[in-house]
Design a binder for this molecule. Structure first.
Ligand code: SAM
Ligand code: ZN
Length: 357
């Protein structure tokens, strides 16, 4: 965590905010380990005497989470997993844990997104895709000019778009995600300019890849663990938000759109991408934007529904531009990829008392 980002973004306690108990700015209470301008281990605290929540900083990632116990106990492997094992030992642990184990799930997620985000810089570019950077480039062209000022990249995963967003806006960026193993990888890239991850070959066979990646905007970027459904930011304080391929992972997509409208400054910009790949494990059908109720006027078309939601009186957002189909590819293993076509949208936040005509 960079202290400059903490001061500039001034996060508030997500637990107090959820309870409606005021907006308390989180304070840095202790630094246990620090290197090259990054707090690697430390403690943040809510100053509200009725709350006093502690938010640890682990491996450079502050965990600004209301449900801190659930998140740490549920992701302890992602938090403690080591990257220094000899490949033979790492593969033996993988074989013993087997397919479907937590170890396997963590490695698969790292593989999917690290290849997509950073694989194009692999000196052995076997299947590196860089798909998220291509999607980002189309998004940043959608509604120029991008505002300067503070920006967040929601659902940042292993971090590539957070660096692209920093280049596009010229301002400070925080990449936010709930997945601690992916955030640790993003933090490693930020601090070292190198990526090290298990790339899935087939089954539970993975090859460890370790190579340099260019991060010229590193000074502008930080990574925090936050829940997109409980953002620790004051209303109206942010200028730009990217939410790429996140909304169909959330329990309440409509609330997500509303919260974007709230935390953006008037005329602040949000860039959204989604393939509407709804899964009941993430979102119950009542929450889906399209993909059901095909008897209706829009025949269950998510593109039409999303357009109707991006109106000032509905979400506080006004649709500015869109591209209904842009490619976004995720590699599963060496013989399988999924090619999605994401809906790309740019929307501006409206002042609460003055909806645009
Ligand atoms: C489908 S991936 C997309 C990752 C990246 N934006 C991209 O397009 O490559 C969804 C990401 O959202 C994160 N995520 C899911 N639920 C979240 C939540 N409630 N708050 C923050 N991040 C979340 C996941 O951990 C994952 O990294
Ligand atoms: Zn609090």
């Amino acid at each position: 965590m960079r202290i400059g980002h903490l001061e500039a973004f001034g996060p508030v306690c997500p637990a107090c905010r959820l309870r409606g108990d005021g907006e308390q700015s989180i304070v840095l209470e202790a630094i246990y380990a620090e290197r090259d301008g990054h707090v690697l281990q430390g403690m943040l605290r809510c100053p509200n005497l009725a709350c006093q929540r502690e938010f640890p900083i682990l491996d450079g990632i502050p965990l600004l989470l209301a449900q801190i116990r659930d998140q740490i106990s549920g992701q302890v492997l992602g938090l403690m997993m080591r990257e220094d094992l000899h490949p033979d030992l790492e593969s033996l642990v993988g074989d013993c844990c087997g397919p479907g184990s937590e170890f396997d799930t963590v490695r698969r997620h790292l593989s999917h997104y690290a290849v997509d985000h950073w694989g194009e810089y692999d000196p052995d570019p076997w299947e590196g895709s860089g798909a998220i950077a291509r999607l980002g480039a189309l998004a940043y062209d959608l509604a120029p000019p991008l505002p300067g000022g503070l920006a967040i990249d929601l659902g940042c995963s292993v971090g590539r778009n957070s660096f692209e967003l920093a280049a596009a806006t010229g301002g400070l960026v925080v990449g936010l995600d709930l997945n601690l193993s992916m955030l640790r990888l993003a933090g490693q890239v930020l601090r070292s300019g190198r990526v090290s991850y298990p790339r899935r070959r087939v089954g539970v066979a993975f090859d460890r890849r370790d190579h340099a990646v260019p991060v010229p905007q590193a000074e502008q970027v930080d990574f925090w663990a936050c829940d997109a459904a409980a953002l620790p930011f004051r209303d109206g304080g942010l200028q730009t938000i990217t939410s790429f391929n996140l909304i169909d992972c959330l329990p309440d997509p409509f609330a997500h759109l509303q919260s974007l409208g709230r935390v953006l400054a008037p005329e602040g910009l949000t860039l959204l991408a989604t393939p509407y790949d709804w899964a009941p494990s993430a979102t119950t059908i009542q929450g889906w934007i399209g993909g059901h109720s095909q008897r209706g006027e829009d025949r269950g078309d998510p593109v039409e529904r999303m357009r109707r939601l991006l109106q000032p009186e509905v979400t506080g957002l006004r649709l500015q531009a869109e591209r209904p189909r842009v490619p976004w590819e995720v590699r599963s293993y060496s013989r399988s990829r999924t090619l999605y076509e994401a809906h790309l949208l740019a929307a501006r936040a409206c002042a609460p008392d003055a909806p645009a005509p």
